[in-house]
Ligand binder design. Structure first.
Ligand code: HEC
Length: 149
């Protein structure tokens, strides 16, 4: 009887750990999706003229990036050791082999955001801002992001 209880307890703990690890992966992916919404949706669509120019939306996107990007090193503090089910992108295990190098990819993004802040006035300047910031995001994605599909 006692053995069964222990075995079931161990099983439940194991299941809990799997869920917790998956939560970590989901949180990390949501961090990136939020940044993507600001840069790849609001700023890029503005740059391409796909959405009408909206200064408040542009400023909110830059402000959102300013808040989100510095959180990357902490959000990626733990290795979830698994991918989000059915995701298009995943984290490379290289992150946890060279976490210091991964974290070092963040300050250039913060600087790029500061450089373009307040300078977006129209679609053309939104394009400049997109190119400036996106180049630094890609700098990390090239090494640490894996395309699954
Ligand atoms: C320090 C490294 C790093 C930086 C800097 C970085 N990313 Fe990522 N990004 C990742 C990793 C790792 C993934 C894969 C994780 C995932 O998608 O679960 C990722 C995935 C993404 C995804 C795909 C999310 C999905 O649907 O799975 C988007 C969108 C994204 N990043 C946007 C950005 C934007 C925009 C910036 C710049 C403002 C940025 N990232 C900066 C590491 C980084």
């Amino acid at each position: 009887m006692r053995r069964t209880v222990i075995a079931v307890g161990a099983l439940l703990c194991g299941a809990g750990a799997v869920v917790a690890q998956q939560d970590v992966a989901v949180r990390q992916q949501n961090q990136m999706k939020e940044q993507g919404k600001h840069l790849y949706v609001t700023i890029l669509k503005t740059a391409k003229g796909e959405i009408p120019y909206d200064q408040a939306a542009v400023d909110a996107a830059i402000a959102g990036l300013e808040v989100a990007v510095p959180k990357i090193p902490t959000v990626f503090a733990t290795n979830p050791k698994q991918d989000v089910p059915n995701a298009t992108f995943a984290s490379s295990q290289k992150i946890w082999q060279s976490k210091a190098d991964f974290d070092a990819k963040v300050p250039p993004v913060i600087k790029a955001i500061a450089d373009v802040k307040g300078k977006i006035k129209d679609a053309a300047s939104a394009k400049v801002a997109f190119d400036t910031v996106s180049a630094k995001c890609v700098d990390c994605h090239e090494t640490y992001r894996v395309k699954l599909k």
